[in-house]
Design a protein around this ligand. Structure first.
Ligand SMILES: Cc1ncc(COP(=O)(O)O)c(C=O)c1O
Length: 484
């Protein structure tokens, strides 16, 4: 690792510009905080506002970097063992869509797990690529989708030999990983790229106790949510590339197409600083999160009525290993859906979790947590389990509906004339919009897919379980927008 890893070139350039005291006749309109409303000053310190600038030559240009941004991106690439890194200010959504726009063309087939995030649907609409959905392994006990098996990917590639890419989600939101090395080998043997939505894995390289990261296993590109699990500001992510298959100029052009010409420098600097933090203390901080999470997992599993799966539950195709910092606690044994448990945990313990599903709640421990937070979580969960014990929930709900029948590509359906029809009368029609639940933001119905009665029943059951509808025009699900 180069000695430059102890520097933050982009953050340093911003500081130097502010310190220079140049009289500002440029954007942004608040002029380095001079005209900022007191409420904005409360949000961002004076020093922060002074550095909230852009477009000066010494601050470089994200769309065509050749100065401090280029240096900062090169340091990020080095730390992650990538050939290239691109900073993203429109979240991992932006990183994924840039990756897809760089790798795919209209009409290209791309293999995608059905539990993919909605940003991938956006990438399909933008590129005009054709999704071939693969079923992830479903775990009945947990009621969640896990990863892909190499066998499923092999079958998909055999049935679609012209596929241009496999787009894997690794790890899953719940921290489950699978045999990505075999998926990479299969994709490459077929002349396809392996693109990875690694939103939930930006911390993986910093602890030997965590599963390996996607690039180390053969991925060509990976989109990382630096903001989700490391120390950068919300909305910031990185796109990484390694090896000969990636057309760098296409990535640059796609990124430039999808990115503002005025990216926020506080966001960009936060990526530079998050990389610096990992270079300096990554092993210690992420290692601590793993140890704390293991302690919480053991304590939860020692509590009657609660269960938090660990690596011993995995070790099978499609669900091989676990990022220990993800704590999925099953509340179904207490007779509570995840959503009901979330309400109680927030109301009675002032504890906010990351995600709920029909049977579980998900807690994240990150490099920010200490023994104090871990202990508070254990204490709250033990008390919660003691006070809320009813009959276990009956397990009747499907995790994911059947794989859809595609009538149109997502792009064709997005641009097709459409109309809203009553929910109950939508079976047999072709969806013009997406419907999912947030989090995790996985669409269960995508534009261009045939609507079935089974799917309508599934959506209804999820809504009744208290999960938050996301995507459609009518979140009450009174109507669905379909292709006219
Ligand atoms: C698996 C997955 N991919 C992509 C994203 C999109 O990330 P962002 O919110 O940074 O755009 C998310 C967000 O939750 C996600 O869970």
């Amino acid at each position: 690792m180069s000695g430059n890893q102890r520097q933050a070139p982009l953050a340093a350039a911003m500081k130097a510009y502010a310190a220079g005291g140049a009289l500002a006749f440029h954007t942004p309109g608040h002029k380095q905080g001079l005209g900022a409303h007191p409420l904005l000053k409360e949000l961002i310190t004076g020093a922060g506002l002074r550095q909230e600038v852009s477009l000066m030559a010494e601050l470089d240009d994200l769309n065509c970097p050749n100065g401090c941004i280029r240096e900062a991106q090169a340091l990020a690439a080095e730390l992650y063992g990538a050939d290239d890194a691109w900073f993203m200010v429109n979240g991992t959504t932006g990183a994924i869509q840039t990756m897809m726009m760089a790798a795919l063309e209209p009409g290209d087939e791309v293999l995608i797990p059905r539990n993919a995030h909605r940003s991938i649907l956006g990438g399909l609409i933008l590129t005009g690529a054709v999704p071939v959905y693969l079923p992830p392994v479903l775990d009945e006990q947990l009621g969640i989708a896990m990863g892909l098996t190499a066998e499923t990917v092999a079958e998909g590639l055999a049935a679609h030999p012209g596929a241009k890419a496999v787009l894997a989600v690794y790890p899953t939101y719940y921290g489950v990983t699978f045999d990505l090395a075999s998926v990479a080998a299969l994709a490459h043997a077929h002349g396809a790229m392996l693109l990875v939505d690694e939103a939930h894995g930006p911390h993986l390289p910093f602890s030997g106790e965590l599963p390996a990261e996607a690039l180390a296993l053969g991925a060509d590109m990976a989109a990382l949510s630096t903001h989700k699990l490391l120390g950068s500001l919300t909305q910031t992510s990185m796109l990484l590339a390694k090896g000969p298959r990636v057309n760098r100029e296409r990535v640059r052009r796609a990124g430039s197409l999808l990115t503002s010409t005025s990216p926020n420098y506080l966001l960009l600097a936060s990526l530079d600083i998050a990389r610096l933090q990992m270079a300096e203390y990554g092993d210690a901080l992420v290692g601590r999160a793993v140890r704390l999470a293991e302690g919480v997992r053991a304590a939860v599993n020692d509590t009657p009525g609660l269960w938090c799966f660990g690596p011993e539950y995995l070790g099978r195709p499609g669900a091989e290993a676990l990022d220990a910092t993800k704590l999925t606690v099953q509340t179904a044994w207490l007779g509570l859906t995840g959503a009901a448990a979330e309400t109680v945990l927030r109301r009675d313990y002032n504890l906010q979790l990351e995600l709920t599903d029909a049977y579980n709640v998900l807690f994240l421990l990150t490099m920010a947590d200490t023994e104090r937070e871990a202990y508070a979580l254990i204490k709250a969960l033990k008390d919660f389990a003691l006070r809320h014990r009813r009959e276990p929930l009956a397990r009747t709900r499907l995790v994911l509906p059947e794989l859809p029948v595609r009538k149109l590509t997502p792009r064709e359906a997005f641009f097709a004339p459409s109309e809203a029809v009553p929910f109950a009368l939508a079976a047999g029609r072709t969806a013009a919009e997406e419907i999912g639940f947030y989090p995790p933001g996985v669409p269960l119905l995508c534009p261009g897919e045939g609507i079935t009665t089974a799917l309508l029943e599934h959506l209804q059951a999820m809504k009744e379980a208290g999960l938050r509808v996301s995507g459609p025009e009518d979140p009450a699900l009174g109507t669905i927008r379909v292709v006219r």
